[in-house]
Design a protein around this ligand. Sequence first.
Ligand code: AHM
Ligand code: MG
Length: 335
Amino acid sequence: MSGIKTLGEFLIERQSDYQYATGELSRIFGAIRLASRIVNREVNKAGLADIIGETGVENIQGETQQKLDVFADEKFMEALRVRGDICGIGSEEQDDFVAFESEHSKSGKYVLLMDPLDGSSNIDVNVSIGTIFSVYRRVSQIGTPAVLGDFLQEGRKQVAAGYVIYGSSTMLVYTTGGGVNGFTYDPSIGVFYLSHPDMIIPETGNIYSINEGNYIHFPDGVKKYIKYCQEEDIETHRPYTGRYIGSLVADFHRNLIKGGIYIYPNSTKAPDGKLRLLYECNPMAFLMEQAGGIATDGKRAILDIPATDLHQRVPLFIGSKKMVEKAHEFVAEFG
Ligand code: AHM
Ligand code: MG
């Protein structure tokens, strides 16, 4: 068994790398690991258990929640609440943040933001979905309830971020600022094993991922970049391959491994794009920068964008360094 490392072992080994090495981050990961195993079990039996389908309740963005979203939201919330290291949670599925009430939780030093089940429109067609999470140190006083300011921090302040992808295999990929590592889940014994150490995105690639059905609504710079991706050029290996799952975690994960660019731009239909800064873009941007790639809104680094609203949306250009830089050239020239 030499050389095989579990997520638990890896976290203990790396504990001294954290800026604040008190074991709390390891316990937070323990909660994430537990909740993701429970969600994984439900996702895998979704078709059998008839759990899929809509609850009919709309979330803050007016989108209809599906049962597994609610289930995942509850499981992550419960797992993190009982441990006391987190004083509050912001969730894409909740209108407002939740400040935990117990004295134990109030003395927690961290807040967590999450999209408990991203890509939920893919649940009933058996396509990969994911959980995205992001951890910050609170800015309010320890011992008091969490406040909005604890959640509205710049992405640059994240102490940890990651995702779980429920796919052909389930993986947990995370960073605490010292590189990106990926762990594959063995469901037969319930353990995550280190399978992708020190993940680095290729500097360039040949995959572009964007919902081209919205082409007509895109800004000119994005339209021209799409045409660039489709042109023939042997030296730059174009035309690129178009790959779009419509599930951010899955599109990101593939591009991280193979090299590529994912774009969810602003458009006439969605003036600020669709994706949420706090729940989706910041954690993915932290991971991407740690893997050697770039994440921007077309101009600014995502991690430097001030957070003003829990459900704030921003355009997202994320992926291989050279590809995102090329997309920027088009945006700068054509808008
Ligand atoms: P969700 O959080 O409601 O699931 O929405 C986010 C998802 C992303 O996973 C995905 O990249 C994007 O929405 C797809 O949107 P679209 O269908 O407009 O292309
Ligand atoms: Mg989402």
